[in-house]
Design a protein around this ligand. Structure first.
Ligand SMILES: [Zn+2]
Length: 335
């Protein structure tokens, strides 16, 4: 026994890990994490108007599309093999209660109907929140300067019902209101949309990496910040409690957002829960690679691939990323 033990110890001393990396085919064979195009979900901004494809300055390569133009872009995505999108709406008018979020003729329900009629096998997910639709830019109804949880829940449920009614496969509450998953699940089940998925933005952090999105969605809060409902970047145990509560409320999938600065949270969630896990690589993660590579400071393709791989390695099943189209192209070229 002793000899065997010491023999093992000697072999370990003699280890040559570089043999495992000597040639490209060996490296490829031993790759532990692979990003596949089916893992990618593309966020898409839809706005009011007609014939509009308006570039988002802070996110090179990303546009806001009017409903009649969104199919051109989604068509390109599907040709590259990306078969799921996450829709965000930018309405023509905003009000205190965010009523365009839950209007039947809102930009998102119209975009869902358009995409569902054009692309049979496309998975359409819709973000459910009020911040793009409220005049104050907060994620719910504001009473006396703070967001009221109880008054916000029925409005989120109403929005989710409109999106499901328009044909969305998944509704994704991102307001970080307590009880939002349950409120939406009940509303869907009560209107014979039992088969539609609810994706909880379970651990959504109050992150500075959302900066470019706020320009894209014109949703910066007019006063204060979202730290009263989004999570503190310093906390990961609390993220597990958020995920726990979303699962108990009936979430079909959970999400960690952002991704790159929260890989530990993704990894912890993966090791604790068997439920499908999405990670949202947010606008700031995209724009910093774009800006650095435009300056020649980073190689765009390898940096973007590395980030996506790291998210997969951390344990995410689905990567929501603004690089979806480019990643799909690069992945195809590598085959
Ligand atoms: Zn919001």
């Amino acid at each position: 026994m002793l000899e065997e033990r010491s023999g093992r110890a000697v072999r370990r001393m003699d280890e040559r890990l570089r043999r495992l990396r000597r040639t490209e085919p060996i490296r490829e064979m031993l790759k532990e994490s692979r990003v596949h195009v089916s893992n990618l979900m593309a966020p898409v901004f839809v706005r009011d108007g007609e014939g509009v494809a308006e570039p988002v300055e802070a996110m090179p390569g990303i546009n806001r599309f009017s409903v009649d133009k969104v199919s051109d872009y989604v068509g390109r995505l599907t040709e590259e093999g990306v078969r799921s999108v996450l829709l965000f709406g930018i309405p023509g008018s905003k009000d205190e209660a965010g009523s365009q979020a839950y209007s039947k003729d809102g930009v998102v329900p119209r975009a869902i109907r358009e995409l569902k009629s054009q692309f049979r096998s496309l998975v359409v997910a819709a973000d459910v929140c009020l911040c793009e639709y409220t005049s104050h830019g907060h994620c719910g109804v504001v009473v006396d300067g703070s967001v009221n949880n109880a008054m916000t829940l029925p409005l989120l449920a109403k929005a989710a019902l409109e999106y499901a009614g328009a044909g969305a496969d998944m509704v994704c509450p991102s307001a970080m209101m307590d009880g939002q998953v349950l409120a939406i699940r009940k509303a869907l089940d009560g209107s014979s949309y039992e088969e539609r998925l609810v994706v909880g933005y379970s651990a959504k952090y109050a992150s500075s990496f959302y900066g470019p999105f706020r320009e894209a969605a014109k949703s910066a809060p007019a006063f204060g910040d979202r730290k009263g409902y989004q999570m503190n970047p310093a906390n990961s145990r609390e993220a597990m409690r958020e995920i726990d509560s979303d699962i108990r409320e009936g979430a079909d999938m959970i999400m960690v957002k952002p991704a790159l600065a929260y890989l530990d949270v993704i990894s912890k969630a993966r090791s604790r829960y068997d439920i499908p896990l999405a990670a949202y690589s947010v606008s700031g993660e995209y724009s910093m690679i774009k800006a650095a590579s435009a300056n020649g400071w980073l190689d765009e393709k390898s940096a973007a691939m590395e980030v996506a791989t790291s998210i997969k390695r951390a344990g995410a099943d689905i990567i929501i990323t603004y690089f979806a189209e480019q990643l799909a192209t690069w992945l195809r070229e590598e085959q």
